[in-house]
Design a protein around this ligand. Structure first.
Ligand code: CA
Ligand code: CA
Length: 707
């Protein structure tokens, strides 16, 4: 496959990018058109045949001694009988660049960059894809960057004139918005060299024997500065101007390694302008560990099809705690490293120290993850220039490595893989489903993406077919029936899918909803869903969901202090759906009279806390026991000990009978206290009389006998 690729593609693409030192001296590889004229052609060019390949129609040629290879090659290419001719290039087993610090760049092997580079290492030719870094600027004197920096073709640098008439004098490497020198995007971030670092990840010059290499060995990077100083601060208006400038100069990919918490319509409009220009924007998910399904960070949270939000991954493919994430909002992860200045950060170009005495340093953040994806987009787009922006995004999403740390918190569930992205086919990719959460009533969803075809084809939710109501290559509407389970929405059964959630209806039943402290309740959650529940998390009123041991819909809890508690349960099922149910429990202070149940043993014995006998026992508790200290202590002890006993009694009919037999006389005494006292008095009299008869009478008898 690789060999065939080189035979077909190289004639048109590779002459410019492969240096003339990497070929075998004195030899050529030639394919002729007419088999009958081969011998004549070879002798016309004073060459000789080394060998013809066995299956491929290719001839291995030796050129005359002393001749310049370029000259003979040119002669062959002019020959009407030659389909193509090329040097016998030297191919290495793997493209490992010779940059001295490459061994410290863990981030590149992690994304399979070396195998991608076997196929393609990038291009800085004038027609190649232009990448804009919207950031703190770029240290354009950096020796490992300067060859890959874009220079404005319409501007004569340093003549003090606005040659291209765009309102900015000498905007040579890019522009500077909000600064004093509009034409000079020099990176003045003396703390991090943020923009310079980002640029190096995208495209530090590769294989130049110096420093590091970027994802692209060769590329074209434009510096658009709107962030200023060591704090890296900038204004929205300057970000907007920067986007305008980038688009006006033909940028196709805009790297946005910055974040703002505020939603901005103008930033959304700028994103729309980027989309209309057929360009991509790559955005940082942000560095505060948030779930972007619940919180927003801009521009990452702009859900337009041409935006890609990127989370950070560590050297071991974990999610660093700082990295924001989102199952429905963050596309994928890429190497962002763990900490700045240590080997687990991402090594790239900086301009720090006195006059750039420090040229390389590691930095960590989603800012560093973004340029990996930007670089991947540039590489694949330069390799296959006919792709649309959305198709480039599709290749990136379809090319990820699926990684467990990102399975539940990114759309793709994966981390960038450069090799797979470069080799990916144009499969369908779903970018978004609107809305991504429905309830059991179902509804219409809009599915956005690319490579859907003219349709209608197959659209599925999990393993169920959906009915499409409209279909284009980039957008499908489909009907979600009532009572569906959530799952992955997939188009034509292939490529990247998108998770649709169905909110489950959950009800909680409680053994009681009110009582006196300490109140122990038994809770049961009932979920209306045909999917299997993977976990139940309970919040007993403090606002924190906790997973109990074992997957169980059952929970018990004791409320020690009087208050009103909102008990909640949250479920997650195997389709990724969640649901929340709640119930309110009122707990009264111990000294007041409560109306709750709580007579657990009696409830168990009589089968219901509504049984009239349980009512009577509860009244006895509230009116007789809770009104004095000894009684309160007894009640407290009872509530500690009785729930498990009650639970056991409830399950054994024989025990229930026994406890009813014990409790019923007591209850009777509560209903009929006078009769009870009378019975007790009569009983006592009977006992005393019996004693009298047995003991006293016997003595009299013996006395009688003795006399
Ligand atoms: Ca200008
Ligand atoms: Ca280098």
């Amino acid at each position: 496959m690789y060999l065939f690729q080189s035979l077909v593609d190289v004639s048109s693409v590779a002459y410019a990018s492969i240096s003339f030192s990497s070929y075998k001296q004195g030899e050529l590889i030639v394919r002729f058109k007419d088999q009958k004229k081969i011998s004549k052609s070879i002798s016309d060019h004073r060459s000789s045949l080394i060998k013809k390949l066995k299956y491929l129609p290719i001839h291995h040629i030796k050129i005359p001694g002393g001749a310049q290879l370029q000259d003979i090659l040119a002669d062959y290419r002019k020959d009407p009988n030659v389909l193509y001719a090329e040097p016998n290039y030297i191919i290495r087993k793997s493209s490992i660049p010779n940059d001295t610090e490459f061994v410290r760049q863990w981030n590149l092997p992690v994304i399979s960059a070396p195998s991608a580079w076997d196929l393609f290492t990038g291009s800085r030719m004038s027609e190649s894809v232009l990448v804009a870094v919207l950031d703190t600027g770029i240290a354009y004197y950096h020796p490992d960057l300067v060859a890959n920096l874009w220079t404005n073709p319409g501007e004569i640098c340093g003549d003090g004139l606005d040659n291209d008439n765009n309102g900015i004098i000498d905007d040579c490497y890019g522009a500077n918005f909000g600064g004093f020198t509009p034409g000079d995007p020099w990176d003045d971030d003396t703390a991090d060299s943020h923009g310079t670092h980002v640029a190096g990840i995208i495209g530090a010059v590769g294989n130049n024997g110096l420093g590091i290499t970027g994802v692209n060995w060769a590329t074209r990077i434009m510096a658009v500065k709107f962030l200023h100083g060591p704090e890296g601060m900038g204004e929205l208006i300057d970000a907007l101007r920067g986007v305008e400038y980038a688009i006006s100069k033909g940028a196709k990919i805009i790297n946005m390694s910055f974040e703002v918490d505020e939603d901005s319509q103008s930033l959304r409009d700028a994103a729309k302008a980027v989309e209309d220009a057929g360009a991509l924007m790559i955005s940082a998910a942000g560095n505060t560990g948030k779930n972007l399904d619940e919180y927003s960070v801009f521009p990452a949270s702009i859900r337009s099809s041409n935006n890609i939000a990127v989370a950070a991954s560590s050297p071991s493919d974990g999610r660093p705690s700082y990295s924001d994430y989102g199952r429905h909002t963050v596309e994928l992860a890429a190497p962002g490293g763990v900490s700045t200045g240590s080997p687990d950060g991402v090594l790239s170009t900086v301009w720090l120290g006195t006059n750039g005495s420090i040229l390389y340093r590691t930095t960590a953040g989603t800012s560093m993850a973004v340029p990996h994806v930007t670089g991947a987009a540039a590489l694949v787009w330069n390799k296959t220039p006919l792709l649309s922006a959305l198709q480039v995004k599709a290749r990136i999403l379809n090319g990820v490595d699926h990684i467990s740390a990102f399975a539940d918190n990114t759309i793709t569930g994966g981390r960038l893989n450069l090799d797979k992205t470069l080799n990916s086919l144009d499969l369908p990719a779903v970018f978004d489903v609107l809305p991504y959460q429905l309830n059991l009533n179902g509804g219409i969803i809009t599915v956005k993406g690319v490579n859907f075809g003219t349709g209608p084809g197959a659209i599925t939710l999990g393993n169920k077919n959906l009915t499409a109501t409209s279909w284009t290559d980039t957008e499908i509407s489909a009907l979600i029936p009532q009572n569906s389970s959530g799952g992955i929405v997939l188009v034509n059964g292939r490529g990247n899918g998108f998770p649709l959630s169905i909110m489950q209806n959950i009800t909680i039943s409680s053994s009681t909803v009110s009582g006196v402290a300490p109140l122990t309740v038994e809770l049961n959650a009932t979920v209306q869903s045909d999917a299997s529940i993977l976990k139940y998390e309970w919040d007993f009123g403090d606002g924190v969901f906790r997973e109990l041991q074992g997957v169980s819909s059952y929970a018990t809890h004791t409320f020690d202090t009087a208050d009103t508690y909102v008990v909640r349960v949250r479920t997650v099922d195997n389709a990724g759906d969640t649901g929340i149910g709640s119930i309110t429990i009122t707990v009264a202070p111990l000294t007041s009279t409560g109306n709750g149940s709580g007579c657990f043993i009696a409830t168990a014995a009589y089968g219901s806390y509504l049984h009239p006998h349980v009512h009577l026992l509860r009244d006895f508790r509230d009116q007789q026991l809770l009104t004095n200290r000894i009684g309160q202590s007894f009640v407290r002890l009872y509530y500690r000990l009785s729930p498990p006993i009650a639970h056991f009694i409830a399950k054994h009919e024989s025990l229930r009978i026994i406890f009813r037999a014990i409790l019923t006389p007591f209850v009777f005494s509560l209903i009929y206290p006078l009769i009870s006292i009378l019975i007790v008095i009569i009983g006592c009299i009977a006992v005393i009389y019996g004693y009298y008869r047995r003991v006293v009478c016997k003595q009299v008898l013996r006395t009688d006998e003795a006399t």
